[in-house]
Structures are given as C-alpha cells and as structure tokens.
Design a protein. Structure first.
Length: 426
C-alpha cells in the first residue's frame, strides 16, 4: 500500500531515467567546494570521515527551521502536521532507497555507531557462554568494541576472522570459523581504513548455511552505503547500519535497518516518550515499529535533511557515479604506484574509493599537516581501527578518500602536494 507520507518519486539507481554524470556540474551544487584553505583551492579528500553537503540538503535544513519547525507526531496544528509528513516521508525515501521490505524496518538512530549499539544491547541479553560472535580484523571500533562489551557482559566468545596483507578477508578461513554456536556475524561492507569491499551477499548466504541459520548477520554499512547499490533484501542480512553524514546528509542521524520480525521483538533500547503504547504508574507497553526503538523527540531536522540527501542522490545515475569514483581511485592508485617512497596500504581486488598510504619519510600526522597547508584535506592516524593498524605493524596511515564530486585534477593536486611533503621531509 502506498505510504501517505511519500513525497518524492525516486529514480532508484538511475534505472528509469537515462542520465549522464557530469562531475563539474555536481561540484557546483556543493558550495563548500569553492572555498579556499590557506589561500589554496580546497581539495577535500576526507570523505570516508564525512562528506560535504549539496545545497538541496542545506536548503532543506534551513526550510525546516525557517518555515515549519515543530515537534512531530503529537501536534494538533498545521506546523506539526507538515513536519510529521516531511519526517515520515524521509523514512519512506530511505526505505525505498535500500529496498527495505517496508518502512517499519527503518529505525532512526544517531548514526552507525548507535545502530550497532542497539543490536549489541539486545543481543547481550540473549547471548550465553556457549555462543560466539564473529567479527573481522578490519573492523572500525564501532563494530568491535560494541561486540567486545556484549561478549564480556554475557560470557560469549568473540572470534576474529583474519585478513591477508592486502587487507582482504581470507574467505575460506572466515567460513571455517562459522558453526552452530555462531550467534552473530558482524562485518563491514567496506573497510574505512583500507577500502576493502567485502562480498557481503555471498558471505551472508554462507553464514546462514554454515550456522544452520543460528547466526544473525549485521553489516556495518558506514562505508558501503555511498559506494555501492545497497539492496538489503537481496543481501539477505538481518541488520544493515549506516550514517547520513557519509551519504551527503547531516551529522547526528543514521539508520538501523532490520528485518521486521526481528525488530518487532528486539529488546527496547531506550525508554521514555514516543516508544510507548500505554503507561501506568507501575508499568508500560511498547509502541509498534518503528517507534518502539525510537525514544524521545527525534532529530527532526536531521531526518528531513537526510531525506533530502537521499532523494537527491538516488536521482543521479548511480552506476555512472560509481564508475566515476572507480576511475578516480584507479588514477590515484596508478600515481601512487609511480611515486617513489610511498606505499599503499590496502590493495584488495575490490575497493571503495579509499587510498591509504605511508611514506618512507614522514609520520602520517606530518603528511596531513603539510598537505593541509596546500589546501588538501586528508585524514591521518589509525582511523578508529587501532587493532587493524597493529595487525599491519604500522602506527597509522595517511588516507585520501574520494566522493562523487572529486576529480582526477584533484588527484593531481594531491600528488603535487605529496612531492612537496617529500621535499620538506627529506
Ligand atoms: C566502517 C565504519 N563503521 C562505523 C563508523 C561509525 O560511524 P558514525 O561515527 O557515523 O557512527 C565509521 C565511521 O567512520 C566507519 O567508517
């Protein structure tokens, strides 16, 4: 049945409209990209940390606060009605974008971290000391520390699947770790530190088969959502977690997608207003999905901004967008290979557009500092993946990460700036 809230007809993944992708036209839509830093044109290559926002998203936020700021769901006035329609319309937009079975499966959270915590909080109550939780060596702390805590609280074992020196999951060893005691396999769609893109659909099928369906599968989609065509039903996982700010939307808002049957009985995360159906002085009954997992006044502006971001993004020719990102990554990888004294960290066969590297001379922090003076913004350090850096025997990396608005000219600017780094640190 059509949702009463839906306002935008999505052209998902560019299927029904034939459009080309013009990176220079796209750049015009991002006001920040025309600024300078230290009197140099900004070259923003820190997109795995957060993406910049197109004008339509900025406008949606301003429009909400300027014209219909109000709380949602409870109001008996026009502003509240307008805010509720836009807010719930965004849920429809995102449900359609990830091909959820229905809108009740889309739970608003503050981001990937909170989404994973909701699952971990519930699972910790179900785990026993015979159970195992399987993660990988390439996890972001958000998908590692949460499971460490859940295992500590319940006595379950945390099992870590190895990667090879290219930063790729060793598939046969991964599969060998799955058994009837595996209660959850939590894995990243893509590594934020190395870029490695995991075959999540094939792995999910195998995890279910080898665990006799005892294992739930959670995909940390923080890095996958903006660089692949996500169809949660096709993947077959139980949970998919992602953040708006990595997909051109505002910070402080994200999604836990989960299968409806699971979410219906999932232990409530926070209690209070909105998530209840009935309250007495001594007890309470919980609301239906999605509200039972969304306590308190939500991030209304964030949700509306996220809806605007996804409406905008989904109307692009996404196959062309992904091909463009691949071209930029492959150009950067080629320049890196020709750059003496620079070693790329993470050479998986399939990658999202992330180029992590170290240099013979220069701590990553120094590289980042010198690049910044030349207008080039990258990220340096352990990228919230400290155990992964230890596994690779490095203190950290310098990481250039690309988005749909980056160009090969900007890759040239990065490598020209790196030449300067080399000179200065010689
Ligand atoms: C792979 C991965 N997982 C989880 C997170 C956490 O996302 P957030 O900070 O938006 O909750 C990030 C953020 O960089 C990430 O890259």
């Amino acid at each position: 049945m059509a949702s009463p809230y839906i306002e935008t007809a999505l052209c998902r993944h560019g299927d029904s409209l034939t459009m080309s992708f013009d990176v220079y036209e796209i750049r015009q839509q991002f006001p920040i990209l025309s600024r300078t830093v230290h009197n140099k044109p900004l070259v923003y290559l820190d997109n795995a940390a957060t993406t910049q926002k197109p004008q339509v998203v900025i406008d949606a936020l301003v429009d909400y606060y300027s014209n219909y700021n109000s709380n949602v769901h409870r109001g008996a006035h026009s502003l509240a009605d307008e805010a509720t329609r836009k807010y719930e319309g965004a849920r429809d937009t995102i449900a359609e974008f990830i091909q959820a079975n229905n809108r009740r499966e889309v739970i608003w959270t503050t981001g990937t971290t909170e989404s994973i915590n909701i699952v971990a909080h519930g699972l910790a109550q179900m785990l026993t000391c015979d159970d195992q939780v399987l993660v990988t060596e390439m996890e972001h702390h958000a998908n590692l520390v949460t499971w460490q805590q859940a295992c500590k609280a319940s006595g379950a074992s945390l099992v870590i699947a190895p990667i090879d020196d290219d930063g790729e999951l060793i598939i046969d060893q991964y599969l060998a770790l799955i058994n009837n005691n595996t209660r959850l396999a939590a894995l990243p769609h893509a590594s934020n530190a190395l870029g490695s893109l995991n075959p999540i659909k094939e792995l999910t099928t195998e995890i279910k088969k080898r665990s006799d369906n005892s294992a739930l599968v959670l995909i940390d989609g923080a890095q996958g959502i903006a660089h692949s065509l996500v169809n949660v039903q096709e993947i077959g996982c139980d949970f998919y977690a992602f953040s708006s700010h990595k997909l051109y939307g505002p910070t402080g808002i994200g999604v836990l997608w989960g299968k409806e049957q699971l979410l219906e009985s999932w232990p409530v995360w926070q209690t209070g207003g909105e998530m209840i159906a009935e309250v007495t002085y001594t007890d309470a009954k919980w609301n239906t999905l999605p509200y039972r997992l969304e306590a308190g006044t939500p991030n209304i502006a964030g949700v509306i901004g996220f809806g605007a971001a996804v409406s905008w993004y989904a109307k692009l020719d996404l196959k062309a967008v992904l091909a463009h990102e691949e071209k930029v990554l492959s150009y950067a990888t080629q320049l890196a290979a020709d750059f003496t004294g620079l070693t790329v960290i993470g050479s998986a066969a399939k990658k999202v557009p992330v180029l992590s590297f170290v240099m013979d001379r220069g701590h990553p922090a120094d590289i980042g500092f010198i690049l910044d003076r030349q207008g080039v913004a990258i990220r340096t350090g352990h990228h919230c993946a400290e155990p992964l850096m230890n596994r690779l025997n490095i203190p950290g990396t310098a990481r250039a990460s690309f988005a749909l608005y980056n160009t090969c000219e900007e890759v040239d600017a990065l490598f020209n700036a790196l030449k300067k780094v080399k000179q200065m640190l010689a």
